[in-house]
Write a protein that binds this ligand. Structure first.
Ligand code: SF4
Ligand code: SF4
Length: 369
């Protein structure tokens, strides 16, 4: 993969700041080799968890970063299955993110990292879109948004610009429960934080609006936004995922059973990273049959989209998604998920079965929309 190393950066021998205790937790047993989705596709030691930790260690000791180092670190989707399986308690995605952050702070990054950061900072979204973020609402609906509310729906870049019909369906459901929108929402910062860049400006813009509205709860339908709002924003408000909110209010939604069976793909940043396994399943089971994927819950395999991999290494990203599709049980009518990035990657990988958001499934079951 191409990189944007300056000559100064290549010559720079300044040690990279990564917590040595985190690195030393890895006893190099190699358990993670059997689960890393990037390694499954790429097959090199430097592209698996243990290799990435050794790269981070070498950077600490003064290794000059080159394109191979950047590819090693940046092909990690931050899926976290290595951390879940590690017998020594190491947390490799945290080490990877820290290594990326340390290098980016010195101006060492791939062209994809630099491009993503430039685009998000210039436009406030991951696509560099200039269109209105609330373009999926009419002018009258925008004008009618409540200026103060206890709850806010944080839409995210993907649903705002690529799946506006999902944003609309989600908001229509949430509006029944006194939920409003940020008038000037920007990217939550996840793509920047995961790829090592600063997101302070974006975080502050969103925070200021959440405070002005007086919201005590922020609800989001994107796994990446959820994890970021929960872990990278100050704990001034409660963060709920859409499946959690729907599960809490299922009895108030007047749903009819659908005569279909579906499977559920756990987004890494909702499931493994935040323990949200049951709420989407409760919602699904209330309206349809659920058949689990071959690997699910803590063992769910990554869709390949996260950690900047879709943007930086699209071929790898799609190959990981194709492997995830092999886990789909036969005979189901749909793959349901709760993250637009997972849904997009699984669709782009050529799923023969439709891949839908949980909100789409609920929308089909509502008696009185
Ligand atoms: S990260 Fe954990 S599982 Fe992987 S080699 Fe190190 S100790 Fe073993
Ligand atoms: S977080 Fe996922 S992609 Fe990254 S090293 Fe661990 S298993 Fe591999």
């Amino acid at each position: 993969m191409t990189l944007a190393l300056t000559k100064t950066a290549i010559e720079m021998k300044t040690k990279t700041k990564i917590d040595p205790r985190a690195i030393e937790m890895c006893v190099r047993c190699g358990t993670c080799r059997s689960v890393c989705p990037a390694f499954e596709v790429l097959g090199w030691e430097s592209r698996n968890t243990r290799g990435r930790i050794m790269v981070a260690k070498a950077l600490r000791e003064g290794l000059a970063p080159d394109s191979d180092v950047l590819d090693s670190l940046n092909t990690c989707t931050t899926c976290g299955i290595c951390a879940a399986k590690c017998p020594a308690g190491a947390n490799p995605p945290v080490i990877v993110q820290e290594a990326r952050r340390s290098l980016v702070a010195k101006g060492v990054m791939t062209e994809a990292q630099a491009g993503l950061s430039g685009k998000v900072n210039a436009s406030g979204n991951t696509f560099g879109e200039k269109a209105e973020r609330l373009g999926w609402l009419s002018d009258a609906e925008v004008a009618g948004l409540k200026e103060r509310a206890d709850r806010v729906y944080f839409v995210g870049c993907l649903d705002s610009y690529r799946y506006p019909e999902v944003a609309k369906k989600t908001f229509n459901l949430l509006k029944r429960f006194d939920v409003t929108l940020l008038p000037d929402e920007v990217c939550c910062g996840s793509p920047l934080i995961r790829t090592g860049s600063e997101a302070r400006g974006l975080v502050d813009r969103n925070l200021e609006q959440i405070k002005r509205i007086g919201a005590k709860t922020v609800i989001t339908g994107c796994a990446g936004c959820y994890s970021t709002l929960k872990k990278d924003y100050p704990p001034d408000f409660k963060v709920l995922s859409v499946p959690e909110f729907l599960a809490e209010h299922i009895s108030e939604l007047d749903l009819k059973p659908l005569e279909i069976s579906v499977t559920y793909h756990d987004p890494c940043h909702l499931g493994r990273h935040n323990g949200i396994f049951d709420p989407p399943r409760e919602v699904i089971k209330s309206i349809s049959d659920l058949v689990e994927m071959r690997a699910s819950r803590e063992n769910a395999r990554c869709c390949g989209g996260g950690g900047g991999v879709r943007a930086g290494y699209p071929d790898l990203s799609l190959k990981i998604a194709k492997r995830r599709l092999l886990d789909v049980p036969s005979g189901v009518d749909a793959i349901v998920s709760c993250c637009p990035l997972c849904i997009r990657n699984l669709r782009d990988a050529g799923s023969e079965i439709e891949v839908v958001d949980l909100v789409d499934l609920v929308g089909r079951a509502i008696r009185s929309p």
